[in-house]
Design a protein around this ligand. Structure first.
Ligand SMILES: N[C@@H](CCC[C@H](N)C(=O)O)C(=O)O
Length: 305
């Protein structure tokens, strides 16, 4: 497998920079899995001073090539060898099972780059296959829905943030979350919340860590959604991000559950924009934008200190 430092200008590693509601990613097209995507490399790519800067990395490869290269032990449920697979890494180099904003950007890239020629297709992830629908796209923008699979609510737990303690619902969206709806929280008080000292979870409850969402109570809406809310998120393996797709689905599901509903359409505003989450009886759908901001090639030696 090639190391990026081995590459000459002629074989320079190409990248695309994109974001979904300002949750940003370095996309590495690597169909045949030739890049050694180490923890150090991911950290360097995501470093906002030394690298390109992002919350995470999305390697674009076929699922079969990832199995052949030993990156995946086996094909996850429902994923075919020829499917395009989102090999997602958090900015700290750790691997996560799923990334909802990442799937939108990944699907947009696949469609815009001509890797797929239909508006509906499946994207592989470690949490299984995810169906995507591209409602519109060009080389820069897209509007994408992702069927996020089953959402499992696992009961309450608590998190410490700054001097506060918040009770939330544990939610599994393929990856782990604690979604905390805070009674009486206004959008202004949410914006003022200090997330700089992290989110401190119960390690017995979350041995592998989790993403933490803090949100305002649902407000009934009179438009094309049933409810609206505001949310901020502290992501495992990254820190505070301006949006988290799986977190938005976790938050909408927990908030609906909290008012005794199993389903509903929720419009959620996060610092990076807004999305719509449709929670159904069997699955949830996340709809939101994607932007492909730039593309280029890394210079040989860029990651040497
Ligand atoms: N930003 C993502 C979630 C990425 C993974 C997460 N940090 C984890 O470790 O589970 C999203 O949009 O869902």
């Amino acid at each position: 497998m090639r190391k990026i430092t081995d590459m000459t200008a002629a074989t320079a590693l190409s990248f695309v920079k994109g974001h979904g509601t300002e949750n940003d990613f370095v996309v590495i097209p690597d169909p045949n899995v030739q890049v050694d995507l180490t923890v150090d490399l991911v950290r360097a790519l995501c470093d906002r001073q030394r690298g390109i800067g992002a919350d995470g990395v999305l390697r674009v490869a076929t699922a079969g090539a990832l199995v052949d290269a030993g990156v995946l032990d086996a094909l996850p449920e429902g994923v075919a060898p020829t499917d395009w697979f989102m090999d997602y890494r958090n900015g700290d180099g750790s691997i996560a099972e799923m990334c909802g904003n990442g799937v939108r950007v990944f699907a947009h890239y696949c469609r815009a780059a001509g890797l797929v020629d239909t508006d509906t297709f499946s994207v592989g992830s470690r949490a299984g296959s995810r169906s995507v629908a591209i409602h519109s796209f060009d080389q820069v923008t897209a509007d994408v829905s992702v069927a996020m699979g089953r959402v499992r609510l696992d009961g309450p737990s608590a998190v410490g943030i700054a001097r506060g303690r918040y009770i939330g619902e544990r939610v599994d969206v393929g990856n782990p979350h604690l979604a905390c709806v805070v009674d009486g929280l206004t959008p202004e008080a949410l914006a003022a919340l200090d997330l700089t000292t992290g989110a401190h979870l119960d390690a017995d409850v979350f041995p592998n860590g989790a993403n933490v969402e803090i949100l305002t109570p649902l407000r009934p809406a009179d438009s094309d959604v049933d409810f609206t809310a505001h949310m901020r998120v502290f992501e495992r393996g990254v820190g505070e991000t301006r949006s988290c797709g799986t977190g938005l689905v976790a938050a909408a599901s927990a908030a609906l559950h909290g008012i005794g509903r199993d389903n509903g359409v929720v419009g959620i505003t996060i610092p990076g924009g807004s999305v719509v989450v449709t929670v159904g009886d069997d699955a949830a759908v996340l709809r939101g934008p994607s932007r492909l901001v730039a593309h280029g090639a890394l210079n040989a030696g860029w990651d040497l200190r």
